[in-house]
Design a protein around this ligand. Structure first.
Ligand code: ATP
Length: 190
């Protein structure tokens, strides 16, 4: 099967994640897009991230109802840092397309066992405001650019909005919005 893997912190999952998954599904004729919250995201080692169980629950809720989207908890259950190469190895029977934002793609050469990652998988990239395409092209990786509207939304921005008492409704799928409110994540107001 042709499987898209969209990994991330998902703190919280938001519209850009879903739009990237949808665009890759359509453009690259994928059979499924698997959203994988990182248990211990090494790229975010310098900051606090929300509890992995909350991020997993939000990822699950974000994709519910889309038959070709699935959330997978293997990185949340795995001990140690969450490395994409380990996850790719677990999908040995599949053709893998990694789906990511331009910021993540620009950092690809620094990933754990980057050469193996790029040998084993192809890469689909969603443009991201503030990230120059040249930064991705400079890595030398051959990537497929997804044709989507660039969205200046991020987990950081949404957490800050909550802390400031601003709504994140419609920036995240409604079941995620409800979960954030019910669990009191990110501050008083969501
Ligand atoms: P944070 O601000 O908490 O670091 P984030 O939304 O940037 O959060 P993740 O949840 O880790 O980050 O994102 C998962 C993947 O989705 C990454 O590959 C990231 O580049 C991509 N992504 C997230 N938001 C966007 C966006 N607005 N445009 C393009 N790609 C995005």
């Amino acid at each position: 099967m042709r499987r898209g893997l969209l990994g991330g912190t998902f703190d919280p999952p938001h519209l850009a994640h879903l739009i990237a998954g949808e665009a890759a599904y359509r453009a690259l004729a994928l059979d499924e897009v698997t959203f994988i919250p990182a248990g211990a995201p090494w790229q975010k080692a310098d900051r606090e991230v929300s509890d992995a169980e909350d991020r997993w629950e939000m990822a699950r809720r974000a994709v519910a109802g889309v038959e070709y989207f699935r959330a997978d908890d293997r990185e949340v259950r795995r001990d140690g840092w969450s490395y994409t190469i380990d996850t790719i190895a677990e999908f040995a029977q599949d053709e893998i397309v990694l789906i990511m934002g331009a910021d993540a793609a620009a950092g690809l050469p620094a990933w754990h066992r980057a050469e193996e990652v790029m040998t084993r998988a192809s890469v689909a990239v969603m443009p991201r405001p503030g990230v120059d395409r040249g930064a991705v092209e400079a890595t030398g990786a051959s990537v497929h650019w997804l044709d989507v509207v660039p969205l200046a939304v991020s987990g950081t921005l949404l957490r800050a909005r909550c802390r400031a008492g601003l709504s994140i409704r419609f920036y995240v799928p409604e079941p995620v919005h409800r979960y954030v409110i019910d669990r009191g994540l990110y501050g008083h107001q969501a």
